[in-house]
Ligand binder design. Structure first.
Ligand code: FAD
Length: 411
């Protein structure tokens, strides 16, 4: 079997892999991305957070993303029966981008992968990584090409950006329980036919709707720039399994339980079969090892409720690229101190908010009729993805602050 060599080998051309490739190409590194699928391909995770723009910009990909014509996004709206509230990301505590996009991931991921290639990374589609050996001096992966040839690639450093496939965690037995109950999502794209200027649907915002009877069941409505939107429901798998039929019938039945969504989507054309994904929350014992690191979903994935997945994927790419710049300059890098720990710090902030969401406390906070403007700006920062900004008390002391605020809002 023939063996190729490269400096940096990246498994997966999703957001984590392509943005890492852009950042590493800017350092002059030789980068090879191996991607199992042919792009464009469908992926879930369509609502970005403003914090993610910083990393798209740092990777040198901003112009391409801006010019792609995605739906502008400036906030998040929440509905629960008659209660409604919305956050404008431009009115936030943290500095930085206050707007972003809602993207069809098939197109978005292709834009990023094409940018990585334009910047000099070699991107091979339909090349599937089958096995990984990290025990030797340098990591070696075994790959199957579209023609069925099996070959090896040896790299100075391996970045696993394989998303939910979680190649290294599975092969190296790094997986650990997520701590969240098994939840799942059923989702589709519809031609929404919502009248322009609707009072209940701002196309510049994601709409999160809480189920009228079950506070831990919620729906997303993510408008795109072409008159369509992504529609999905998230619930524990035990709840989802009560509904029978095709995924489209099940999704329609659950959407039918919320009067507000029924009214909003009364004219919608359901032209795309729905899909289901279950048990996506995952964790790992370590985010790095000898000459390798796990990026994005290949590491930890929490929950979709705050649309944090792509932002975390980009943050991981950014931290890993900075570590690699130092390592290639001859410095000794402490990957736990400079990669694992800082990445987990923001993930843990999101975790705290996700837990509060499902327990119901966060909903009391956001729907409170008389919120403090200052605190709302701090909460808005988290919703905009600024989960690493320690100047924000709701980052620095997330658990304690949230608990106190929840108590105040319950009084
Ligand atoms: P991916 O985007 O999964 O990319 C991994 C790539 O690796 C894929 O292209 C895959 O084909 C490739 N690959 C896999 N195995 C191999 C192999 N053996 N060889 C070669 N290539 C391989 N995030 C948000 O930011 N906003 C949202 O609104 C949002 N909504 C979500 C809703 C749901 C229901 C779920 C489950 C997640 C949601 N997410 C959201 C999370 C988001 O989907 C992920 O966090 C994000 O896609 C992670 O990017 P990634 O680059 O790590 O992995």
């Amino acid at each position: 079997m023939r063996t190729e060599t490269t400096e940096i080998l990246i498994i997966g051309a999703g957001p984590a892999g392509s943005v890492a490739a852009g950042m590493l190409r800017q350092q002059g590194r030789e980068v090879l991305i191996l991607e199992k699928e042919q792009f464009p391909r469908f992926s879930i995770g369509e609502s970005l957070l403003p914090q993610s723009m910083e990393y798209i910009e740092a990777a040198g990909m901003l112009k391409a993303v801006v010019e792609a014509g995605f739906q502008y996004k400036n906030g998040a709206a929440f509905a629960c029966g008659d209660r409604r509230t919305q956050f404008d990301f431009r009115q936030k505590f943290s500095k930085g981008w206050g707007t972003t996009y809602q993207v069809q991931r098939a197109d978005f991921d292709k834009v990023l992968a094409d940018e990585a290639a334009r910047m000099g990374a070699t991107v091979r589609f339909r090349h599937e990584v089958l096995a990984v050996d990290v025990d030797g001096e340098q990591p070696v992966v075994t790959v199957r090409s579209p023609e069925g040839e099996t070959y090896r690639v040896q790299a100075r450093f391996l970045l696993d950006a394989s998303g939910f496939a979680r190649i290294l965690p599975r092969l190296l037995k790094l997986e650990s329980p997520s701590g969240f109950p098994a939840r799942g999502a059923i989702f589709t794209h519809v031609a929404d036919r919502v009248a322009p200027g609707s009072a209940t649907f701002d196309r510049n915002k994601i709409l999160i709707t809480v189920h009228p009877e079950h506070q831990d069941v919620w729906y997303w409505t993510i408008p795109f720039s072409n008159g369509r939107c992504s529609l999905g429901v998230v619930a524990e798998t035990s709840f989802l399994s009560r509904y029978e039929g095709t995924e489209t019938e099940r999704l329609k039945a659950i959407v039918g339980e919320d009067p507000g969504l029924c009214e909003l989507l009364a004219e919608a054309e359901w032209d795309t079969p729905a899909r289901q994904i279950v048990g996506y929350s995952a964790n790992v014992k370590s985010l790095w090892g000898k000459n390798y690191a796990l990026l994005g979903n290949a590491g930890e994935f929490l929950d979709p409720v705050f649309s944090s997945g792509v932002t975390i994927a980009f943050k991981s790419a950014s931290l890993a690229s900075a570590c690699l710049a130092r390592e290639f300059a001859g410095e000794t890098v402490d990957w736990e101190a400079d990669y694992g720990k800082p990445l987990r710090a923001g993930v843990d902030t999101f975790r705290c908010f996700v837990e509060a969401w499902y327990a119901g406390g966060f909903q009391k906070i956001i729907f409170h009729p008389n919120p403090s403007p200052d605190i709302r700006e701090m909460i808005c920062s988290i919703l905009a993805g600024y989960a690493w900004d320690k100047a924000n008390p709701y980052v620095a002391e997330n658990k304690r602050r949230l608990a106190v605020l929840e108590q105040l809002c319950s009084a």
